[in-house]
Design a protein around this ligand. Structure first.
Ligand SMILES: [Zn+2]
Ligand SMILES: [Zn+2]
Length: 840
């Protein structure tokens, strides 16, 4: 345990007692120092590798590293899921390099090879440097990505024994050209999948199928590589690793690296005098609160970084702190704007290190380019979305034994509010899982085509590609993509390259290009699915932390023309949505209520947008839009209650729409606690009387065609998920609903109707019939195998009407980024969630 009044604790106490803030600190967690546990080097690790590790200061591996090394050497698929800076790289590098070194003694000098996959090019480059430190000169490590010049590529194929690349390059380059890689693939011993928690949702599902294609091609060349994965700490990493690779996996989760003591504060900004939509009370923004705390910390000469969600917020925090500070100190606070040159980044690191700079406000972009470990304090203005990101940010604080301070400041939304009042969700065993669904037929289909183009598909491949494969092959034949020969195998029939038909990071449909109107510069893209809500004409759009106004959304050419702008408002699209059940996979009775999971069709039309004043959330006006409806077939979890239950819960019919809508909002807000998704990935619809169920129904669906696994995870963890939802609503101190509980910043219905009190009663009556939480926890975490959804005839959804008094559904499309605090830069060009390289 740290001393009772360690410096970070004293600091936190000062912050919490100043300026009438006593009730804002909702929790203090003491994370004690942890001593390192070492293990001897396994005998199977080559002495040259041990010597190289010692030369860079690693005398002995930590216990978890040694455990991973032993598992890897025994040919076991292993996932190392330990904290930031816990040396995951060494855990997989030592066995890989040992085998590669063995391979150099083969006749051709390349008796063993290994493939390393990173989600980003930058991380692969970083790992190449790390490998070079430990690799004896005979091991030839090489990058192979879009930047590798053509003349070097041939050398890599013929001579490199450790090839570092990304899943995209594997999908587009290596697998389709496997014949030219034959000698490399024949000798393939290991495949390293680094930062594998970033392979989530649709992207993760694609990567899972790419790995299956790799396994098949390897088998053709007689190799069966061992998969070594590295992950942030999540719930059940072994199940995720298994879903990703298709192989049973063992998880190494006991972190034996040392850690300094940390005091972690959870902080909730106060309610203000301001009112937002429908007169709801509004909390002070997390950024404003962060600026105050930064001011106090800098006054005490505490080196502090504030993590915010956009560049504009970074500038705001720095400016406010500078305003509040006296002159000499004001000059020691800065905003990190991103886009710095290498020397500028080094200068920044130095200034922070020496203490010339005391306060820095930054987006998480900082994580990718500047080494800022060893700070005194880290403030996080808003939950960064995943526990992995949270610990990556908090981990920047801490110097040896001195201890460090981290403070999470809640933003005004249900998830943040829940977290600052439920510390166990952050500090106890993780409940958030990395979710993906490789059986999604929309994901699988193009990979079956690509696989057939690589090597004809046979019945022997059905098991590898999963249960959706058998029904999908005849469909692909009817579409003229595959042809079955008399020997029973399936061939690719087209002249074009099958692999070009899919972009691993897209979600289907051609992405919409965001082009700066005056310069013609391409800023990036947004997924087709998100375009109507994010880049409609008049939308305020945040792109990598900068603010733009959409001048024109050209549907025909999939282009949004934008101009830099700084309007005093954000925009929120208004839409109407109908949903119909196509197929029910599973239904569970919860007393009289029912919980179901299956396939749905969602028809959504963006009909206009609201402008909301940034400072107060006040509605400044509404503009109509003329956009066509779009249809999405996807997976959903839904629940129903009966009329008798409504009577028991004392919910009259006129309160039902508001109750269901409010419960739906809060449940969407809380799902990211259990699955690594954000609001963009999921949508919801609540219907007082749904034609398919004949009952009041609340749906939560995946926002991507065919689904991505989020709704399924919600179904699996429904008791905990809906219990947390109920708690979040009930414990909010507002009277009639606010952004911290039931209001959604992106509600397609303008947050109307919402009935907070009735929502609690509705969830109570539903949960009363739910199986005990204990049963659920004892239940398997491993995802069930999924049946292929049938596709019966489409039904029309219920009629959609506006207004609070009808029986029409209230719906919430997958949420989109617009507000100054909600832009994590979700564009296709941005990095993965929490995608900073893990430590050594
Ligand atoms: Zn509230
Ligand atoms: Zn809504």
């Amino acid at each position: 345990m740290p001393p009772r009044h360690s410096p970070p604790e004293a600091l936190l106490t000062t912050l919490a007692t100043g300026r009438g803030r006593s009730d804002r600190l909702t929790h203090t967690e003491h994370l004690p120092a942890r001593a390192a546990r070492y293990s001897p080097w396994p005998d199977s690790i080559r002495p040259e590798v041990v010597a190289a590790a010692r030369a860079v200061g690693v005398e002995q591996p930590w216990a978890h590293q040694a455990e991973a090394m032993n598992l890897a050497k025994s040919g076991q698929t292993v996932v190392i899921a330990t904290g930031t800076a816990s040396g995951k790289s060494l855990g997989y590098l030592a066995p890989v390099l040992s085998d590669l070194l063995d391979g150099t003694e083969a006749r051709n000098g390349r008796g063993a090879t290994a493939l390393y996959l990173a989600p980003t090019k930058a991380l692969a480059a970083d790992q190449r440097r790390r490998a070079a430190e430990l690799a004896p000169p005979r091991v030839r490590a090489a990058l192979y990505d879009g930047d590798t010049p053509p003349e070097e590529r041939e050398w890599v194929r013929q001579y490199a024994s450790y090839v570092l690349t990304n899943p995209d390059m594997l999908h587009r380059g290596i697998l389709p050209g496997h014949a030219r890689w034959s000698s490399f693939l024949k000798a393939l011993r290991y495949v390293v999948v680094d930062e594998c928690h970033s392979y989530r949702g649709v992207f993760g599902s694609h990567v899972a199928q790419v790995l299956r294609r790799l396994r098949r091609v390897c088998a053709r060349y007689g190799s069966s590589p061992t998969f070594l994965l590295a992950s942030a700490t999540t719930a059940d990493p072994a199940a995720t690793a298994r879903r990703l690779t298709g192989l049973p996996a063992v998880a190494v989760t006991e972190d034996a690296s040392p850690r300094g003591p940390m005091v972690f504060g959870l902080w909730e900004p106060p309610l203000t005098e301001n009112v937002g939509e429908h007169g709801a009370p509004v909390r002070r923004t997390a950024t404003a609160e962060a600026a105050h705390l930064l001011t106090d910390l800098v006054e005490r000469e505490t080196r502090t970084v504030v993590f915010v969600r956009s560049r504009r917020a970074a500038e705001l925090v720095a400016l406010q702190a500078q305003d509040q500070l006296d002159r000499p100190l004001a000059g020691r606070v800065a905003a990190y704007r991103g886009g710095y040159l290498a020397d500028e980044r080094r200068a920044l690191e130095r200034d922070l290190h020496t203490g010339r700079l005391l306060g820095l406000a930054s987006t998480s972009a900082l994580e990718l380019g500047v080494d800022i470990s060893g700070l005194d304090a880290v403030l996080m203005a808003g939950y960064p979305g995943t526990r992995a990101s949270l610990w990556q940010q908090a981990g920047r604080a801490g110097r040896e034994a001195q201890g460090a301070l981290a403070v999470l400041i809640a933003r005004d939304n249900p998830l943040d509010t829940y977290l600052v009042h439920h510390p166990e969700a952050l500090f106890a065993a993780p409940v958030e899982a990395t979710v993906l669904d490789p059986d999604n037929p929309h994901v699988l289909a193009p990979h079956l085509c690509a696989a057939a183009a690589e090597l004809p598909l046979t019945d022997a491949d059905l098991e590898l590609f999963g249960p959706s494969t058998a029904p999908l092959l005849p469909v692909l034949e009817r579409r003229g993509l595959l042809r079955r020969r008399s020997d029973g195998s399936w061939y690719w029939t087209r002249r074009e390259r099958a692999a070009d038909a899919v972009d691993l990071r897209g979600s289907g449909g051609s992405p919409v290009q965001i082009v700066e109107a005056d310069t013609g510069r391409l800023l990036g893209t947004v997924d087709a699915a998100a375009a109507h809500t994010t880049v409609h004409t008049g939308a305020v759009h945040l792109h990598q932390g900068r603010t733009y106004l959409v001048r024109e959304f050209d549907l025909d050419n999939s282009v949004a023309l934008v101009e830099p702008a700084d309007p005093p408002y954000t925009t929120a699209a208004r839409d109407i949505t109908s949903i119909s059940v196509l197929d029910t996979d599973t239904t569970v009775d919860w007393g009289e209520g029912r919980l179901s999971f299956g396939s749905v069709e969602v028809v959504n039309q963006v009909v206009g947008y609201l402008r909301k004043r940034i400072s107060t959330g006040e509605i400044m006006g509404e503009t109509k839009l003329d956009l066509p409806p779009r249809t999405l077939r996807t997976r959903a979890v839904w629940w129903t209650v009966t009329e008798d239950q409504l009577l028991d819960a004392d919910i009259p019919l006129d309160q039902l729409p508001g109750a269901a809508h409010a419960a739906e909002h809060a449940s969407i807000g809380l799902l990211p606690l259990f699955a690594t998704c954000d609001r963009w990935d999921i949508g919801g619809v609540s219907v007082p009387l749904h034609p398919d169920t004949g009952l009041p129904t609340v749906f939560v669906y995946d926002g991507h065609p065919g689904g991505a696994g989020f709704a399924e995870r919600g179904f699996q963890r429904a008791v905990q998920w809906l219990t947390a939802t109920r708690t979040a609503i009930a414990s909010c101190e507002c009277e009639r609903g606010c952004p911290s509980c039931v209001q959604s910043p992106k509600c397609g219905n303008g947050n109307d109707p919402l009935d907070k009190a009735a929502a609690v009663r509705l969830l109570d009556i539903l949960l009363a019939g739910a199986p005990g939480v204990a049963d659920e926890q004892n239940g398997r975490e491993a995802p069930d195998e999924q049946e292929t959804p049938d596709r019966p005839d489409t039904q029309d959804g219920p009629g959609t009407q506006d207004g609070p008094t009808q029986d029409g559904p209230t719906q919430d499309g997958p949420e989109t980024s617009a507000g100054p605090e909600t832009s994590a830069g979700r564009e296709a060009t941005s990095g993965p969630d929490g995608g900073a390289p893990a430590g050594s």
